[in-house]
Design a binder for this molecule. Sequence first.
Ligand code: DX5
Ligand code: ZN
Length: 227
Amino acid sequence: MSDKILISPSILSADFADLGAEVRAIDAAGADMIHIDVMDGHYVPNLTIGPMVVKALKPHTEKPFDVHLMIAPADPLIGAFIEAGADIVSIHPDAGPHLHRSLQSINAGGAKAGLVLNPGTPANVVEPVIDALDMILVMSVNPGFGGQSFISSQLKKIETLRQMIERSGRDIILEVDGGVNPITSQQCIDAGASALVAGSAVFKGAGSYAENIAALRGVPSKSRAAS
Ligand code: DX5
Ligand code: ZN
């Protein structure tokens, strides 16, 4: 695994009246991906972004769109999000109706497939479908809102998933989403995360977007051991 930690700022905390400029700003500030939280007011108690907004944002950056679907059922809209420009589409296993079919349809549509585990979802849900995955997204808050506190019990699950990924031999991104700040980001990296989502810490953090993104990358354990 590369030491480079991918940072995927969540535009949920951006200025919705000026999303194009916000996407250009985080691109220039060093974001590796753009995290787009799609909520349907049904799977989660909040309503956000649809395929039209994703399509409108696509020309504003060449960075991959990391689209997190918090919608149920997901299947009817997967194609529309890929068509709109989603590069990675992540779905929740309990959003239904058929997880394996949903992952297949993401792959068939030409996007990378991600599986999202809520804080109450065990690591072993990935086992039957790991061959279809390009990303595993660990929620360290319950989905629905930005600005919540990191749930530390998820660190153990990140460690377990890192071991499962290593055993699989597959190149799977292990991403963490929710309450990630410069302190919890280091804990996630130490547990084996390779990508971090952050909304509040990037858009509402103390520094510039570039400083806020840099602060999340942490110090690789090898460098710390050497110092
Ligand atoms: C929550 C979303 C997150 C959220 C993270 O359901 O999936 O991506 O935007 O926001 P922060 O980083 O503020 O916890
Ligand atoms: Zn998210």
